[in-house]
Design a binder for this molecule. Structure first.
Ligand code: HXC
Length: 267
């Protein structure tokens, strides 16, 4: 079967064939951290919504889709800034249906060379950032109205990926958080799930974690599906988890890596 349409840059797709009903998220509002580029931006592009961070992305998106998009610049490490952004979102759109915790920071570094502050920084962005944003959105809206949280995870911790103790530890904590919050918030009508991408072309993570070199060296032949994934494929996973397509799914971690973590060498 043909792959879903993709473009390697942070531009809108030239064409897109809906795999779900284009009305799946009609009238819904999503708050997406890290929506200015990569997987977060692609989710915005294929979904009828929205809210995200960076002005250039918002302008591109509105021009391509005609949908409303409110760009907000926040640091997920700062709860006060998140609270102000969520207030502004609610003021502008009057509701909130979906939270995608997509913002993350990462780089390759051996544990012995990793400074204390470097480890802490990644935990603060990935783990604290996910908790901070989830808690603010829950308190301000989801507690009384229900909603869907989708966390963007990783498979790094499953086999203890080399050079990734910081991001692997952070994402493992997020997987635990996904389950804890699914249990506590389920009775309020809030589902909490995660998607765990593998190597996804055209993303900052791909560039920073050696994707292009791996591709050039033919390393993706070791992946069961024998290729890197694309951003549209990840957006489809997030759309499934964020929508009523997955209405009885909560506390789940959807691994979307072409089977990479099962077979890829770890060195
Ligand atoms: C070692 C590094 C480093 C590097 C920064 N540090 N980059 N250490 N190798 N390449 C150290 C710094 O020296 C400093 O420690 C500490 O980390 C904090 O660095 P700052 O630059 O002050 O932090 P900040 O400006 O907050 O930047 C955070 C960041 C940055 C994570 C370091 O790269 C960033 O903002 N990235 C966001 C975009 C991003 O990375 N996206 C890709 C996500 S991919 P000292 O001790 O010197 O003070 C992803 C996917 C994972 O998450 C799964 C893939 C399969």
């Amino acid at each position: 079967a043909p792959l879903p349409e993709d473009v390697g840059s942070d531009d809108c797709l030239a064409s897109y064939t809906h795999i779900y009903s284009p009305d799946l998220l009609k009238d819904q509002v999503a708050f997406i951290t890290g929506g200015g580029s990569g997987i977060g931006l692609r989710f915005l592009i294929i979904c009828p919504v929205l809210v995200e961070y960076y002005l250039c992305a918002a302008v591109k998106l509105s021009a391509a889709s005609g949908r409303r998009c409110l760009p907000l610049r926040i640091d997920v490490r700062q709860p006060d800034g998140i609270a102000a952004a969520v207030d502004e979102t609610l003021k502008e759109f009057g509701r909130l249906d979906i939270l995608i915790n997509n913002a993350a920071g990462n780089f390759l570094c051996p544990a012995s060379a990793l400074s204390f502050n470097a480890f802490k920084t990644v935990l603060e962005i990935d783990t604290m950032g996910t908790f901070n944003t989830s808690k603010v959105v829950y308190e301000k809206w989801f507690k009384d109205h229900g909603g869907n949280v989708v966390n963007v995870s990783a498979t790094l911790a499953y086999r203890g990926q080399a050079l990734q103790v910081h991001a692997g530890s952070a994402k493992a904590a997020n997987d635990a958080m996904t389950k804890h919050l699914a249990v506590e918030w389920g009775p309020s009508g809030v589902r909490v799930n995660a998607v765990a991408p593998g190597p996804i072309s055209g993303t900052e993570g791909y560039r920073k974690l050696g994707g292009p070199a791996a591709e050039a060296a033919g390393s993706f032949q070791a992946v069961p599906l024998q290729r890197a994934g694309n951003k549209t494929e990840m957006a489809h996973c997030a759309l499934f988890l964020a929508s009523r397509a997955s209405s009885y799914v909560t506390g789940a971690i959807l691994v979307a890596d072409g089977g990479a973590w099962l077979t890829s060498p770890n060195d």
